[in-house]
Design a protein around this ligand. Structure first.
Ligand SMILES: [Zn+2]
Length: 348
């Protein structure tokens, strides 16, 4: 994620109370590129962050810079800071609202700051390397496009960050776009230039679209013309216009080709279909399950009726036997034994 310039200006006014001083020399750790010049300083932003974790993030930042610096034309000109925060609750009030509920990190463009919340990385099960690379891309792309870094559309920022990190944010999936292509419900990229939607569903779609479109552009044309377009963007030439000039296709042609790829070349429809198969197969067998259940209930009802009949028959047989025994006993009282036997007790 990254914050637009307006947010940065607000932060400049509000200040970053509670954050460490921004002098690079005060960082708790530092990461360097292959050259020895310090580029990124890893510092604790709030709370307590274990030394081992600091070392882990420092190593990831260093590794990320080594991979990304050549992509963006060499080592960054501006040093920047990577603030590590223990948890969301401890974030300084000035920046806390900028952390999305399902995101572990954000970058402040123009401030040369990356903020990573270690507790959220754990809670969300985020890939540490993916998070670091994602936020590094925001910082490096902004510097690469200077002095017009803020003119780069949000969709390109997030798309490139996810593409190079090899990981999406907010669980965004290309599969979620398949139905939207068919029903013409994709979000217009023009609406994703300055900011992303606030509601969770559309936000997730915005990330998925950005990732899918930029990945397709990079795979189809290579990263180089995309980055040249970013560097060419200025107040008179939008990023999109610069892109059209370098790819020799209109924006409409590019988007239509991407949508065709989504439907026919990405494999997403098959994944959606396979995901749905389980549900569909459940629906298909549901009538059979209901019939089996009804047969079972009917069998149990028949068994219960049969049992009741048997009980009635047994009771009737017992009653008949008792009556017969009573009759035999009466006959015996009427005819005493021939040997006289003991006399019956007296009746009183
Ligand atoms: Zn991002």
């Amino acid at each position: 994620m990254f914050l637009p310039l307006i947010s940065v200006l607000v932060l400049l006014v509000a200040g970053l109370g509670g954050l460490p001083p921004q002098d690079p020399g005060t960082g708790s750790a530092s990461a360097t590129t292959a050259s020895d010049a310090k580029v990124a300083s890893i510092v604790v932003g709030s709370g307590t962050v274990e030394k081992a974790l600091m070392d882990r993030f420092e190593a990831e930042v260093r590794a990320g810079l080594e991979v990304l610096a050549p992509v963006f034309g060499g080592r960054p000109k501006q040093p920047f800071f990577v603030f590590l925060h223990e948890d969301r609750d401890g974030l300084p009030a000035a920046i806390a609202p900028h952390l999305h509920e399902d995101s572990p990190a954000f970058a402040l463009l123009g401030q040369h700051q990356i903020h990573i919340v270690v507790g959220e990385v754990r809670r969300l099960g985020s890939n540490v390397r993916g998070v670091v690379v994602h936020e590094l891309v925001h910082e490096l792309l902004h510097q690469y496009a200077e002095p017009h870094g803020r003119l780069i559309p949000r969709w390109f920022h997030e798309g490139l960050a996810q593409h190079l990190a090899g990981d999406t944010y907010l669980g965004a999936r290309e599969d979620d776009l398949v139905w939207r292509v068919g029903t013409r419900r994709l979000l217009p990229f023009g609406d994703l230039r300055e900011s992303f939607p606030r509601d969770s569903d559309r936000l997730r779609v915005a990330y998925a679209q950005s990732y899918s479109y930029v990945s397709w552009l990079a795979n189809e044309f290579g990263l180089e013309p995309l980055l040249r377009a970013a560097r060419a963007a200025d107040r008179r030439t939008s990023f999109e216009a610069a892109l059209v000039g370098r790819l020799d296709r209109t924006s409409l042609e590019l988007e239509e080709a991407w949508e065709r790829h989504l439907l026919h070349g990405s494999g997403a429809p098959w994944r959606v279909l396979l995901d749905s198969c389980f549900s569909l197969s459940l629906l298909a067998v549901l009538p059979l399950l209901v019939m089996a259940l009804m047969r079972r209930l009917q069998a149990e009802e028949r068994a219960a009726r049969r049992l009741a009949q048997l009980e009635q028959q047994a009771q009737a047989a017992a009653a008949a036997a008792a009556a017969a025994a009573q009759l035999d006993s009466a006959d015996a009282d009427a005819v005493p034994d021939s040997d006289g036997g003991p006399a019956p007790p007296p009746a009183i």
